[in-house]
Design a binder for this molecule. Structure first.
Ligand code: PEP
Ligand code: MG
Length: 746
């Protein structure tokens, strides 16, 4: 790029800044800007189109087109050349606009006399705000330097738009981030919440997009990049033992040292942008590419670059995460993503969580579930739209976030919350009553847990005890293997918090979807069928023994219940049980206090175990059906795959018959049996499970009330008959018959 072009560009930005300096109303500013761009670049037309709503662009200011068409001419996203620039976020440069693909004639503008057209997107951090266009009569393509100059101006326009420079009397635009917005996402934890936005990482505000002294800006950029590099190197040194983290940081380092990245930012500065604006320009481009990249690897690298740019902006502006703002009393956390440990730091203070990334099975989702905080993931644009303190409603039943909702939405939402509160109230009234059916059967209802944070629910929910304590969660939320002493202290606290109620600890169930950040990842072709749970435990007996010892010590004289996950054959149970015996023996030799009694059981989550020899049923201390896994293997349908996971119903006759078979085998050998998959917490499913003979169900704490309520109103003998009749009629699924029966019961 020649020095002349640099000087021209700097001059243009200098004029732009002067034009913005006064306190003109927004429209006057826009008018001045179009005038001076046309004048500086030497074109007949310069126009600014801004988004009116997500789909509509409006001509907001023009030099050269018919002034009457300002605020009249509108086009939809993708319509005409302007719409094309906005949709594809790319430059359109043509010498013969009327002949270009997608051209749409707008007679009111009088643009038919202009042949050449150059449009560049006005975008900020991947968010399209509008389009900046120049046109001229002579048929010519604009040069790379002219395109570049216009892009730099567009960048400044975007910053100014964000800062609200075009808002005010006679304005072209409404105030940004002030309209109601509805975002759709995926439900990761159900529930509804009303509150105010708390941004986990408040965005960096760039107030000085234009700078006069490129030398000073270059120096600021270089100093900050150096600080960034040193920071990344330090993190890398600390993380060298952690392969995965080190890989990410290596990618960061690669970017921090990338010559192309630096060169482009240096050019932007030479053309008149401040160092911050130069970083943000690159970041915007990366975000726009990220939105279009289908390749996962590329997306991840672009997201690394995005993260790095944020760090650099924070160094440059001195704006940390702490903006001095106070967290609202009813915070709804909004973030691109969040780690489980950070989420635990916020704890129960949060009323709801909205993430742009994340996934239903992520560790953050596990924590949100444990804390019973409604969580929506994949809520696109959440961090772009939300401002700290905004009023927000999170509808974790529908997967919708209402940002700055209008009164009607608020009142409908509050009605819904009131209905839920009334239902919860009803459950409180039966909290201390047994789950006794009308025919006199008593079902033991327990809760599933995995974190200390779950334990307070034991009293509130009315659960008898903890039927499944998933010990892997403690491993998943850390970034290094916990020590035996830490685990034992933690398990002791769990038992203390349970206050004598029974807690069934499940040994480490890792592998498949639960990958420990500090364990070497295994590239398995099919992780759900791979090296997981008890298979890892038996192959790595050191870890298993360590955990068993921690449990024995935690019990410290109290009774202890332990079960092994994912046992597929008798011998696996025998070997695991032998490890427990060994651990007990070791504790005895060390003179440590042993538990009052130790119950050792197994989960039943593979169909094969249902057909194990009778001797297994006689020897095992107790069995707990892991319905989530059992169902996935029974129907050969991946529980993590959205396309198939809801395809097969638990109330399918084949599955119910299979469970019934397990119940019968346990009755013969007098083996205690429970069911702890998600289905146990669904009232209709729970009712059918009870009808076919299950007397112990373990579920999410919030499900205990609804399940108990239905059981207390039901007669299991009648339900059994409904199931038998449906089978007799040859129905594939008993659900329709059960629903009809329940409807008749009112
Ligand atoms: C199950 O598989 O049903 C179960 C309870 O275990 P998890 O969901 O932890 O695999
Ligand atoms: Mg399981």
């Amino acid at each position: 790029m020649s020095e002349r072009v640099e000087t021209e560009s700097r001059k243009l930005l200098g004029r732009l800044r002067d034009a913005m300096a006064g306190d003109d109303p927004g429209q006057a500013r826009l008018d001045k800007i179009t005038h001076l761009i046309a004048d500086s670049i030497g074109t007949e037309v310069c126009s600014i189109y801004l988004f009116r709503d997500e789909e509509t662009l409006e001509l907001c200011a023009t030099e050269g087109l018919n002034p009457e068409s300002v605020h009249q001419t509108r086009m939809r996203l993708g319509e005409g050349l302007v719409g094309r620039v906005a949709r594809r976020r790319e430059v359109v440069n043509t010498a013969n606009a009327p002949a270009a693909r997608g051209f749409r004639y707008m007679p009111e503008t009088g643009e038919e006399v202009f042949s050449s057209f150059l449009g560049v997107p006005v975008q900020r951090l991947g968010e399209a705000l509008g389009v900046l266009v120049v046109q001229s009569k002579d048929a010519r393509e604009y040069s790379a330097d002219e395109i570049y100059a216009l892009e730099v101006v567009a960048m400044v326009l975007a910053e100014m738009t964000e800062l609200g420079a075009f808002v005010g009397e006679g304005s072209a635009m409404g105030k940004r981030h002030s309209q109601p917005v509805m975002l759709r996402g995926t439900i990761a934890q159900e529930g509804v919440a009303e509150g105010h936005i708390w941004l986990h990482e408040p965005r960096v505000v760039v107030t000085n997009p234009i700078a006069d002294d490129p030398h000073r800006e270059l120096e600021r950029l270089h100093d900050s990049v150096e600080e960034l590099r040193v920071g990344v190197d330090k993190m890398l040194a600390l993380a060298s033992a952690d392969k995965e983290q080190a890989e990410v940081l290596e990618a960061y380092r690669m970017f921090a040292n990338s010559k192309g990245w630096m060169r482009r930012m240096e050019e932007d500065i030479a053309n008149g942008l401040s160092a911050e604006a130069a970083v943000e320009k690159e970041q915007s481009l990366a975000r726009a590419r990220m939105g279009q990249a289908s390749d996962n690897y590329l997306r991840e690298r672009l997201s690394d670059l995005d993260d790095l740019s944020n760090r650099l902006l924070r160094i440059l502006t001195g704006q940390g995460k702490d903006t001095g703002a106070d967290m609202p009393p009813d915070p709804i956390l909004v973030a691109r993503n969040i780690g489980p440990a950070e989420l635990l730091d916020y704890g129960r203070a949060l009323k709801g969580i909205v993430l742009e990334a994340g996934s239903v099975g992520s560790h953050a989702a596990i924590v949100a579930r444990a804390l019973a905080i409604p969580l929506i993931v994949h809520a696109d644009r959440a961090t772009l739209e939300a401002l700290n303190g905004d009023h927000v409603l999170v509808d974790g039943e529908q997967g919708i976030v209402h940002l700055r909702p209008d009164d009607q939405v608020v009142s409908a939402f509050r009605d819904k919350m009131a209905m839920q509160a009334a239902a919860a109230e009803r459950y409180v009234s039966i909290r201390d009553k047994p789950a006794e059916t009308l025919c006199g059967e008593v079902i033991s209802l327990n809760m599933n847990a995995g974190l200390m944070a779950d334990l307070p629910s034991l009293d509130g929910s009315g659960a008898e005890g903890v039927g499944l304590f998933r010990t892997e969660l403690q491993f998943l939320i850390r970034n290094k293997m916990p020590k035996r002493s830490e685990l034992s202290a933690l398990y002791a606290r769990v038992l203390d918090a349970a206050g004598g109620k029974k807690v069934v600890f499940r040994t480490l169930d890792i592998g498949s979807d639960k990958v420990l950040p500090y364990m070497k990842p295994n590239d398995e072709p099919n992780p759900a069928l791979g090296w997981r749970a008890i298979r890892v435990g038996l192959d790595k007996p050191g870890v298993m023994l360590m955990q068993l010892q921690a449990l024995l010590r935690a019990a410290n004289g109290r009774p202890l219940s332990v079960m092994f996950p994912f046992v597929a054959q008798f011998e696996e149970y025998t070997r695991a049980k032998a490890l427990m015996d060994k651990a007990i023996e070791r504790e005895r030799t060390l003179g440590n206090v042993l538990p009052e009694k130790v119950e050792v059981g197994s989960m039943l989550e593979t169909p094969s175990l249902a057909f194990a020899p009778q001797k297994f049923f006689e020897e095992v201390g107790f069995l707990s059906i892991g319905g989530n896994d059992l169902k996935q293997f029974f129907f050969a349908a991946d529980r993590e795959n959205e396309r198939v996971r809801r395809r097969y119903d638990t109330l399918n006759v084949s599955f119910l018959s299979f469970i019934e078979r397990i119940v019968e085998r346990c009755e013969i050998t007098d083996t205690p049996l429970s069911f702890c998959g998600e289905d146990a917490g669904r009232p209709v499913e729970a009712l059918c499970l009870a009808a076919i003979g299950l007397r112990n169900l373990s579920m999410r704490p919030a499900s205990v009330g609804p399940v108990k309520s239905l059981l207390r109103r039901s007669n299991l003998a009648e339900v059994r008959k409904v199931i038998a009749d449906a089978r007799h009629r040859g129905e594939m699924n008993v659900r329709p018959a059960i629903m009809e029966y329940l409807r008749q019961q009112g």
